[in-house]
Write a protein that binds this ligand. Structure first.
Ligand code: NAP
Length: 237
């Protein structure tokens, strides 16, 4: 059976590195993001046989349409990676309700919607593996990131609950929790300033996280696990 993986947020950063690694391993990939042109370029870059889909994960209708399009073009989705995410950093007292909602909707609700949409096929096949991309900030918290922390902490609770619900259907659900990774999301941060707090002395590269995602996707006896990939950052938080 084909190995078909939907990578939400696969057009840039961590999701893109995951897709590149999985393409090398023979997976057929759907690259999903809001900006279809960027997703198309990322899918084309993987070689032939992959698909680009436009979708806002925070919108249930978009997510349902995305799964229909993927199944029609690539076949049933048996692997799912949720790497779509945003941050709107600010102290809580200065964070607008709109910014709280957009982070919760994209980072938490979005992953819940994609997991729900994937369940029908995965349960029918009695097979499936999901990795949700959380964050060490969701485990430890950080100044200026209350809403982001809530969204990522919530993702851990959600993933553990779903892992329990669907284990008997042979579906696994895990979380990768990165530290600072060099992507568009962190481009405003000065690495020099943060390096001291990272025992391994550098920001992660997207590929560092991609290896952990692939490991969890393919590990048949791991479910409900949170794998921290942070160069040791958590040891000093
Ligand atoms: P990035 O480079 O900014 O990429 C974000 C990806 O998500 C893009 O493909 C983007 O495409 C997509 N996306 C954003 N909002 C979306 C929406 N509403 N619907 C569908 N797709 C959406 O970010 P990244 O650093 O790779 O982050 C990937 C994940 O890792 C996020 O969940 C982030 O919270 C998490 N993370 C990142 C770091 C870090 O240091 N970079 C650390 C810990 C955790 P469009 O904009 O076209 O939609």
């Amino acid at each position: 059976m084909d190995k078909v993986c939907a990578v939400f947020g696969g057009s840039r950063g961590i999701g893109r590195a995951v897709a590149q690694l999985m393409a090398q391993k023979g997976y057929r990939l759907a690259i999903i993001a809001r900006n279809l042109e960027v997703a198309k370029a990322a899918a084309a870059d993987l070689g032939g046989g992959h698909l680009a889909v436009s979708c806002d994960v925070a919108k249930e209708h978009d997510v349902q349409n995305a799964f229909e399009e993927i199944e029609k073009n690539l076949g049933p989705v048996n692997f799912l990676v949720n790497a779509a995410g945003i941050n709107r950093d600010n102290l809580l007292v200065r964070t607008t309700t709109e910014d709280m909602i957009s982070q919760l909707h994209t980072n938490l609700l979005g992953s819940m919607l994609t997991c729900k949409a994937a369940m029908r096929t995965m349960i029918r096949q009695q097979r499936g593996s999901i990795v949700n991309v959380g964050s060490v900030i969701g485990l430890k918290g950080n100044i200026g990131q209350c809403a982001y922390s809530a969204s990522k902490g919530g993702l851990v609770g959600f993933s553990c609950a779903l892992a329990k619900e669907v284990a008997r259907k042979k579906i696994r659900v895990n979380v990768v929790a990165p530290g600072f990774v060099r992507t568009d999301m962190t481009k405003g941060m000065k690495e020099e300033h943060f390096k001291k707090s990272i025992p391994l002395g550098r920001f992660g590269e997207p590929i560092d996280v991609a290896h952990a995602v692939l490991f969890l996707l393919e590990s048949p006896y791991i479910t409900g696990h949170v794998l921290v990939v942070d160069g040791g950052l958590q040891l000093r938080m």
